[in-house]
Design a protein around this ligand. Sequence first.
Ligand code: ATP
Ligand code: MG
Length: 317
Amino acid sequence: MNNLLNVRDLRHTYVKGRIQTHAVRGVSFEVARGETIALVGESGCGKSSTARLIAGLETATSGSVSVAGHDIADIATDKRLRRLVQMVFQHSDQALDRSWNVERIVAEPLLRMDGLRLSAARTRTVAALNSVGLGDDFLSRRPRELSGGQSQRVAIARALISQPELVVLDEPTASLDQSVRTRVLDLLKRIQEERNVGYVFISHDLASVRRIADRVAVMYLGRIVEIGRTAEIFANPRHPYTQGLLRSEPPIDPAVKWEITPMKGETPSASAIPDGCAFRGRCPIADEACATVDPLLLPVGSTRQLACIHRSVDGPI
Ligand SMILES: Nc1ncnc2c1ncn2[C@@H]1O[C@H](COP(=O)(O)OP(=O)(O)OP(=O)(O)O)[C@@H](O)[C@H]1O
Ligand SMILES: [Mg+2]
């Protein structure tokens, strides 16, 4: 298979004393070069855990991640391969080392991976800053002298300087106001068009997802319950959880109409996963069968997959 990213049956359980938290429970998907996939779902569904496993910052309990044909374990430990995958975090203003200037922050991957000195990296550092719309007057600034949007751009410049093929973005625009958010998203899109880089994009903001993602994966309790093309998911969500998630907000597409209905109930604990379908306690169409059958993620049509025993058949709902 010639995908950029292959994620196969990824599982991750955090163990603290006697408590086991099943954060990721068998996630599989792929990302092509130049493609953006968004991971969405309520707080605690395992988006950041999945992101960290894909970026090689944590080792999975089981399953596999490969980027450009290389296993993530090799990427994480080999300086030459490390450049393939980079990550941008939500609060980059907090993630940036406050005692360093922007030049050192942005150049750091080159210093670490290629053993370059700061002066030798200067041309590439300036080019990386320019690519995110910042001039070389930013080189000597400190993180405290940057606005939220500028910090985020510095974090993106640092992620891009090593010419990665995949960038994992975990809520990269969450701390930004709407106009800056739009600018950062447009910037990410432009960079993607220029470099054919793949993105795994995590966001609670469905309008951002709609703007940037080619495909959307909806997660619930450590699983993907629905995955498909962005426009199709937004226009015609099929899984009852996706429907609940989207319909708890006004429709983004003016051509689509629904009444705002807040989703009922709470997500069960990731330390006590229920039998059968994990969503059944909140699901408007659940019946007895859902208590015993753990639904698989199955293809519905050629572009969508769904994990629901009542909806995993082709045709109108
Ligand atoms: N380091 C950790 N140790 C123990 N449990 C963890 C750890 N990190 C996450 N978890 C648990 O794993 C589950 C998934 O968490 P994760 O942070 O991946 O969710 P998320 O979808 O990113 O949520 P959010 O939208 O709030 O960022 C949650 O139940 C969380 O409490
Ligand atoms: Mg998270």
